[in-house]
Design a protein around this ligand. Structure first.
Ligand code: SAM
Length: 228
């Protein structure tokens, strides 16, 4: 039984894919996909010993060792040279860490896989990485679960880079078009939070004016999107 967040991610894994789930923790995502016959094989990569052991136990308990290889490794090092991967999922960590993981070892992959990314923060940084690395965002989801709002970004490789505006990177090109209730809720919350930060900055007067101006610009951008 997967969370709605991981269920949404699972929905974008290509049928019959060879999957690599990086930062897999309990390996719930690959285990679920394998049990439902939706993937050919999977690698569950984990760098930290505790979560790695969780994954080993989960996969052993479900007798999925033949289909899912649990490996303790840093990022894409979990994928051995010569192994072809169709889909990489990286979920539940910060956007900067996701970009760092992708940047290290991405060139060594035998094929440019579909990427399904669920950054907890800094979604804009992830979209920027995708833009620079010739990936096209083909789907985006925003969901609310257990008091959190999550974004899921699905991207496929393209031949030429597709430029995204600053606005598209910040809000998500497809989420921006869709303007769902959860999307509006997220940015209303964000606006209130940033207004509070700005007010404190102005009162303390310790931050340089440029920082205040940048924050004000961001608030204005949110204002614009919310009242579109
Ligand atoms: N992907 C699962 C999910 O979305 O529910 C687990 C998310 S958990 C919050 C993030 C996991 O990423 C942690 O178990 C952490 O140990 C792992 N992690 C962080 N940096 C990593 C790296 N460089 N390589 C592999 N795993 C990493």
């Amino acid at each position: 039984h997967l969370s709605q967040r991981l269920q949404t991610v699972a929905g974008y894994v290509l049928p019959g894919a060879r999957l690599a789930d990086i930062g897999s923790d309990h390996a719930y995502l690959p285990a679920n996909l394998a049990l439902n016959g939706k993937i050919a094989t999977a690698i569950a990569g984990e760098v930290v010993t505790g979560p790695f052991e969780n994954a080993v136990q989960e996969i052993h308990g479900l007798q999925l060792e033949k289909k899912i290889h649990v490996r303790q490794a840093d990022g894409l090092a979990a994928i051995h040279s010569g192994e072809i991967i169709d889909v990489i999922t990286i979920c539940g960590m910060g956007g900067s860490l996701i970009c760092q993981i992708l940047a290290a070892g991405f060139e060594q992959l035998g094929k440019r896989p579909r990427l399904i990314l669920q950054p907890n923060v800094n979604e804009a940084g992830v979209r920027k990485w995708l833009e620079i690395n010739c990936y096209q965002i083909v789907a985006e989801e925003i969901i609310a679960e257990a008091g959190h709002i999550y974004e899921i970004i699905v991207a496929d490789p393209t031949a030429t880079a597709i430029a995204l505006s600053e606005k598209a990177k910040m809000f998500g090109p497809l989420l921006l078009q869709e303007r769902s209730a959860v999307f509006l809720e997220k940015w209303q919350q964000e606006q209130i939070k940033l207004q509070h930060v700005l007010k404190q900055m102005q009162q303390a007067q310790t931050e340089p004016l440029t920082k205040e101006r940048l924050l004000q610009q961001k608030i204005n951008m949110i204002e614009e999107v919310l009242h579109d």
